[in-house]
Write a protein that binds this ligand. Structure first.
Ligand code: CA
Length: 232
């Protein structure tokens, strides 16, 4: 039975609602994941330490604490992918969870297909891989060794900041990066209160990279949260 295959990834579901846990257990089990369940923040901490899961699904409202606090604490010692699953759909909640170190955020209710896709992205980013020479997203190619970007085979000239921003998003393709994360990576911790830096340079980057900057194919806005580079 696939759910008992010791090689299939172990998912820790952190969720206090029994129906939601059952839904996740059944759906994930059917797709070959092994499943472990925690219904409190304390259990989540304990099981992460004792069982070393491959990925966590994290509800935010827990009876003995908050999933964001749990995420922040876990990040002090582990890079295990954490996908937040929450009924809280406000942009502020998403930003807070992502800044705390969550890899992604799904607002309830969500479909199984969407969940599995987000989990695959998070798991892939966690897997150690050989340093890549080239990142390819359909017609968009980034040659990292030569610092060359092209679309439809035509070279695109980017400023150093634009190139940094594109490669940052490309290295995390499929995952949303918050404004703060982008500011910190590119301009450093002193620039965290300058969100217009990101906006201005993203507008320039889109003009160069996208076929139609008003309808981006790659550089997508997550309203009030940040940006995500779409995978082909
Ligand atoms: Ca809850």
């Amino acid at each position: 039975m696939t759910t008992r295959d010791p090689l299939s990834p172990l998912v820790l579901i952190v969720e206090d609602e029994p129906q939601m846990r059952r839904f996740l257990r059944t759906s994930l089990g059917a797709h070959g994941y092994r499943v472990l369940e925690a219904s409190t923040a304390a259990e989540a901490m304990m099981l992460t330490t004792s069982h070393n899961p491959a990925i966590l699904l994290m509800d935010l409202g827990l009876p003995d604490g908050d999933g964001i606090a749990v995420t922040r604490t876990l990040r002090e010692w582990t890079q295990v992918p954490i996908v937040v699953i929450s009924a809280r759909g406000r942009e502020d909640d998403k930003v807070e969870a992502l800044d705390a170190g969550a890899d992604d955020y799904l607002t309830k209710p969500f479909g199984v297909k969407e969940l599995l896709a987000r989990m695959r992205v998070a798991l892939r980013h966690a897997a150690p891989e050989a340093p890549e020479q080239e990142l390819v997203f359909g017609a968009l190619r980034i040659d990292l060794s030569r610092r060359l970007v092209s679309r439809d085979g035509v070279e695109i000239h980017l400023t150093p900041i634009e190139y940094k921003m594109l490669t940052l998003l490309a290295r995390h393709a499929g995952k949303v990066l918050t404004h703060r994360q982008i500011l910190k990576e590119i301009w450093g911790a002193n620039a965290l209160e300058q969100p217009h830096y990101v906006r201005v340079h993203m507008a320039e980057l889109r003009k160069k990279v996208e076929r139609d900057a008003a309808r981006p194919e790659w550089l997508l806005t997550e309203p009030a949260v940040g940006y995500r580079l779409r995978e082909p």
